[in-house]
Design a protein around this ligand. Structure first.
Ligand SMILES: [Zn+2]
Length: 135
C-alpha cells in the first residue's frame, strides 16, 4: 500500500529508504546516526522513520542536548571560578534566581544566550567584573 505524505499538499507517495546516515544538529553540536530506515517525501523532503530508527534518532538528539548542557555548564563554572565569585554572586549578576547558576553548572538548565555571552566576555576581560559589582 502506498504511503502518502501527511506534511504537504502534494499527496505524493513517499519513497522507502534503508540504512541511511542522517545528522542530528543541536546548536553547534552534530552527531551522525547511521542505519536509519523509513520513508521520504519527494515533494517536501519530509522523513518518516520506522519505529526503531525514530527511537534511535530521538535518543541521539537527547544525548546531544545533554552534552550541550554539560559543555555550557563546565564552561560557565570555569569562568566563574576564574572571576572568583560564588554561584550566588553569579546568579545575582545574571538574574534567574539564587539557584540559577547551580542549575546551569550541573546541566539541569540551559542558560539564555545573554548569560553565556556575558560570561564569555568576562572570560576575555575578567577585570570588568569590578564594574559590574559596583552597579
Ligand atoms: Zn511531502
Amino acid at each position: 500500500m502506498a504511503k502518502l505524505c501527511v506534511c504537504c499538499d502534494a499527496q505524493r507517495e513517499m519513497t522507502a529508504f534503508v540504512n541511511e546516515t542522517h545528522q542530528v544538529v543541536f546548536r553547534d553540536l552534530t552527531r551522525d546516526v547511521d542505519g536509519l530506515s523509513g520513508f521520504r517525501c519527494g515533494a517536501c523532503g519530509e522523513i518518516e522513520y520506522d519505529q526503531a530508527s525514530a527511537d534511535r534518532y530521538a535518543e541521539a538528539g537527547d544525548a546531544l542536548i545533554f552534552e550541550a548542557r554539560m559543555a555550557v555548564g563546565i564552561e560557565l563554572r570555569r569562568i566563574r571560578k576564574k572571576l572568583r565569585i560564588n554561584q550566588v554572586e553569579a546568579s545575582a549578576l545574571t538574574g534567574g534566581g539564587h539557584n540559577a547558576f547551580s542549575r546551569y553548572e550541573t546541566g539541569k538548565v540551559i542558560p539564555t544566550p545573554a548569560v553565556v555571552n556575558l560570561f564569555r566576555l568576562l572570560d576575555r576581560h575578567p577585570e570588568a567584573i569590578k564594574e559590574l559589582r559596583r552597579a
